[in-house]
Design a protein around this ligand. Sequence first.
Ligand code: ARG
Ligand code: ZN
Length: 468
Amino acid sequence: MSIRSKATAAVATAAAVTLFAGTAFAAAPGAPGVGDPYFPSYGNGGYDVSHYDIRLNYQPAGDKLSGTTTILAKATEDITQFNLDFRLKVKSIRVNNAVASYSQADGELVVTPRGGLRKGQDLTVVVTYDDVPSAVKDQNGFAAWEKTADGAIGIGEPEIAAWWFPSNDHPTDKATFDVSVAVPDGVEVLSNGRFLGQTRQINGWSRWNWRSTKPQATYLTFVAIGQFEIRQSTAPNGQPVVNAYSERLGENGDAAKASIERTPEVIEFLEQNVGPYAFEAQGGVVTPDLGYALENQTRPTYDTAFFRRGANTYVVAHELGHQWFGDSVSVHHWRDIWLNEGFASYMEFLWSEHVGEGTAQENADFTYDSYPADSPFWQVLPGDPGADKVFDGAVYDRGALTVHALRVAVGDAKFFEILKTWTAKKRYSDATIEEFIAHAEEISGQPLDELFNTWLFTKGKPAEAPGR
Ligand code: ARG
Ligand code: ZN
């Protein structure tokens, strides 16, 4: 039971009848979470965001972040107050131009506008703030924002947004984004989407402007600040490509470039297999500071360690695979993480076959054989791994085996039809595992309950490798 649940109980009694625009209406506070079973405090109720304008100043010396986020939203209920998910120290809030009161605790920013808000009403929420994000810790002493040797990275899953902008922090409320960060001269700033150029500030700082015009989840919105070599080009399909390589990649730098520079080629390959790319720009960022890779929308981030044995296009196929599975089609609840990791991992199997380094079947056999029947690996359910195991190896590897089992059961023609119609039907939206299963049954005309029960929802090693 979280502190948050107690807050829910407390505010439930505060439901009020407020006099508003001359008529009485019954309104209650917006919920402090969207009801995600793994992460009850994520997201909020009562409103829906359409756009974030994040306009910041960042001083690498001291990790000082300040600025303003303007949120365009619509009330989805009559509400007396609403929450944003945010951990930095707030200086002021206005709602529809009027100063609002607020309180902050445990990652929840509770905003009480003057008067109530009507269902369907447009909201413009302006939050100003100033803090040292790397010094801000959650209840477990964890800071998602990381100060680096030459700047910072705001990159993480499932949590990062609350360390740099106030939001409705759940993949079920996507929005478009403008991200603009001013930094001292000579520092670079990377984010999602198209680069709108640099503007000079009168104080001698330089402002970097980025824009994402397709619906984007809050956790997929990123910022990387520091010393980067930036390469701009145009993909064969006409889209802008921006790649960025930290100046601290050392001897891995060229292997990283030999991988990331192939981004448009990998996107073309994935389009042939799973349908049209949903976004307007491409790229990748390589840093020595992340420790993993993350599928930030339009521009994934990769740790340099992926390239320590030379080029690695598998991690590129994985993160770009997420652009369909995770970014365009997002999890409805975090429990649905197999829809992200199982499919992104299977894109590596397809890529392996494409580059002649082993068929998808050989990859499936190898993966199945890698884990002995008594390994704890087989005790984690990819379809419901638990909040502390959303990135367990089983979600990736057993998850990819599940996708292969589906392919073997329905045949290649139906399999690729299932993937293409799924990414089309759920484009820019979110989905549950149950919806995917129903979709696969509908397209294939085959009952698939048993297959998915075995591979996603039953502990223990299935008796046969799929397709062997
Ligand atoms: N979604 C990322 C991937 O492509 C993994 C994120 C793992 N998160 C973490 N905090 N290590 O595999
Ligand atoms: Zn992944």
